[in-house]
Design a protein around this ligand. Structure first.
Ligand SMILES: *Cc1c(COP(=O)(O)O)cnc(C)c1O
Length: 404
């Protein structure tokens, strides 16, 4: 089936690059396969003259001082920049820091920022507390808003148009090229949280200025690292971002960078498998009478599906499920508790399957477009056998019939 091939195609194409980038030279005698792990705060120089020269190379991914990044961090920066198709990348301490660092770098008192209503919750809290305290105002826009609506929300002081595609709870796929046209006409930067789309969506080809990654998810891939990355595509933006990152003390530990680089080696095959199984399970869930809607960008009834088809070369392992409105929230919770193959917990992108309720607790300014109301949860599909996962969901649906 063409659509099933499409969900894994992009991931398969990545594998050669992922196994070769960010490694020592392959034809060098005595060279190990992987980069050695370098831990160090102080970096020694042969003379004061040499030290002074290096000190000015803060934009060059050089090893100057531990807080400015270590050799493994700098190699990881090159690999992520290449995956995103940008020129320079800054590794930061978490995916959340990858959202907040560029917002702090590119906004100032008196500016206005547009956030999609579907934005990652902690990014929303950051806008509502810290950014607000520093005199930056925020307006939330419906993630599937058309050009006219967005144009109307742009203000003369709008300096950042932020996007997240698809939304990690409600899965609306956004029209990034259209957002870029509107942002740039108003002299604003377009920032994209591209965590779901790493490797299968090319942000800079679609006009994005700053692309954000939670490396915690697919790149590290084993639920044991917290790190983030911010990638830009011009020297001017790089200098602004790099200066802010240094001033904020942003970096990730050499160990976490090393683990992320290791995780990236298998990301292509992990995600080819996980996206295939996720789509298979999404299609099966669609046939279940208990399910009102499956929110998977590769399914035609997902908001923004046509844009996904136009812009993405694959799909991820994370999608949403809305149950029929005659099922109560507590029955859904009993069902979730009865799952045995799915861990209950936040985050996603690891090798293991997860379930997380998404109804309740989500603040939105606008009604969720074109999505039925009902108890909902999201699934992260890991590397377990598809049959085991489907059987587990089937037994949980039985529990739903007789909730105790
Ligand atoms: C998880 C996530 C983040 C934050 O990443 P952390 O490393 O957990 O801070 C940001 N954006 C999206 C879309 C995410 O899913």
């Amino acid at each position: 089936m063409a659509s099933e091939f499409q969900v894994s195609e992009g991931w398969e194409k990545l594998s050669s690059a992922l196994t070769r980038q960010g490694r020592p030279a392959q034809r060098e005698e005595g060279s190990p396969v992987n980069l050695p792990l370098t831990r160090g705060s102080t970096v020694l120089f042969p003379s004061l003259d040499a030290m002074n020269k290096q000190g000015h190379r803060r934009y060059d991914h050089e090893y100057i001082y531990g807080a400015m990044g270590t050799p493994v961090q700098h190699e990881l920066e090159k690999v992520i920049a290449s995956l995103e198709g940008g020129t320079d990348c800054q590794i930061v301490s978490s995916g959340l820091a990858a959202c907040t660092t560029p917002l702090l770098a590119f906004l100032k008192t008196g500016d206005h920022c547009l956030l999609p209503d579907s934005v990652y919750g902690p990014t929303r809290r950051f806008a509502e507390t810290l950014l607000k305290r520093f005199g930056v105002t925020t307006t939330y826009y419906p993630p599937c808003a058309n050009a006219e609506t967005l144009q109307g929300l742009m203000q003369p002081n709008t300096r950042v148009l932020f996007a997240e595609s698809p939304g990690s709870h409600t899965f609306e796929v956004q029209d990034i090229s259209m957002l870029a046209t509107i942002a740039h006409a108003g002299q604003a930067k377009l920032m994209l949280d591209n965590t779901w789309g790493l490797g299968i969506f090319s942000p800079f080809k679609h006009g994005v200025d700053i692309s954000i990654q939670a490396l915690t998810k697919y790149p590290s891939g084993h639920s044991d690292v917290i790190a983030g990355a911010v990638t830009v595509n011009t020297e001017e933006d790089w200098h602004i971002l790099r200066d802010a990152a240094i001033q904020l003390g942003q970096l990730a530990s050499p160990d976490d960078c090393w683990l992320t680089l290791r995780g990236l080696r298998t990301m292509g095959v992990r995600l080819a498998q996980q996206s295939r199984v996720a789509f298979q399970i999404a299609q099966w869930l669609k046939t279940r009478p208990e399910v009102a809607r499956v929110l998977h960008p590769a399914l035609p009834d997902c908001p923004g599906h046509e844009i996904w088809k136009r812009d993405f070369t694959g799909a991820g392992s994370l999608f949403g499920v809305v149950l029929s409105s005659d099922i109560s929230q507590s029955a859904m919770e009993t069902m979730v508790n009865s799952l045995k193959m799915f861990g209950i917990g936040a985050s996603w992108g690891g090798y293991e399957s997860l379930v997380l309720p998404t109804s309740g607790g989500i603040i939105r300014k606008h009604p969720v477009a074109d999505t039925p109301q009902g108890p909902s949860f999201r699934l992260q599909i890991g590397l377990e056998s598809p049959t085991d996962l489907q059987d587990d969901l089937a037994q949980a649906f039985e529990v739903l019939k007789n909730p105790r």
